[in-house]
Ligand binder design. Structure first.
Ligand SMILES: [Fe+2]
Ligand SMILES: [Fe+2]
Length: 167
């Protein structure tokens, strides 16, 4: 299928989440090097969606879990923003924030909570959770080595980060 058609299909499926302030707010913080949490999450979500479709998996759960897996909404370098180790803390913050904006299925919740496995968090309990865990690792590697700049994908998808409120 044409790449643009697939991207439009993804945007339609995710429209409500992509328009939410909380998801767009992820653009305020850097996650891997210069890559924002929003750009990283879109990169993971879109690729998990495509691969889930390709393998006949639950593409909606993979896309939603991928988009929300890092919805922790704080600066990861700010030690006062979370109680312990970022590796263990951020999936739980992400799941809690995600539940405030959408009703998560048990599978989607586990995708978020297990995405750091085996470094921390829950064990992946579905094919889609294993997929997002793997895609997250590959995307992080591409971002950290600067092999891919996911802001281009975000711009093609038409997602605008939410600017920080003026103080
Ligand atoms: Fe993460
Ligand atoms: Fe991630």
């Amino acid at each position: 299928m044409d790449k643009n058609v697939r991207e439009r299909e993804f945007v339609e499926l995710m429209r409500e989440l992509l328009e939410s302030d909380q998801v767009r707010m992820m653009g305020r913080w850097r996650h891997h090097g210069p890559v924002t949490t929003l750009d990283h999450s879109l990169f993971v979500a879109y690729n998990a969606y495509r691969m889930a479709r390709w393998f006949g998996m639950d593409a909606l759960a993979a896309a939603r879990g991928g988009l929300l897996h890092d919805l922790y909404l704080y600066d990861s370098k700010d030690k006062s923003a979370h109680p312990g180790n970022q590796c263990f803390d951020h999936p739980r913050f992400a799941a809690r924030n995600a539940e405030k904006i959408t009703a998560l299925s048990p599978k989607e919740r586990n995708i978020i909570l297990s995405h750091m496995w085996p470094l921390g968090g829950a064990l992946p309990r579905s094919k889609e959770a294993w997929l997002v865990d793997l895609v997250d690792t590959v995307c992080a590697g591409l971002e950290l080595t600067r092999a891919y700049r996911p802001h281009r994908l975000r711009e093609r998808l038409g997602v605008r980060p939410l600017a920080a409120a003026a103080t």
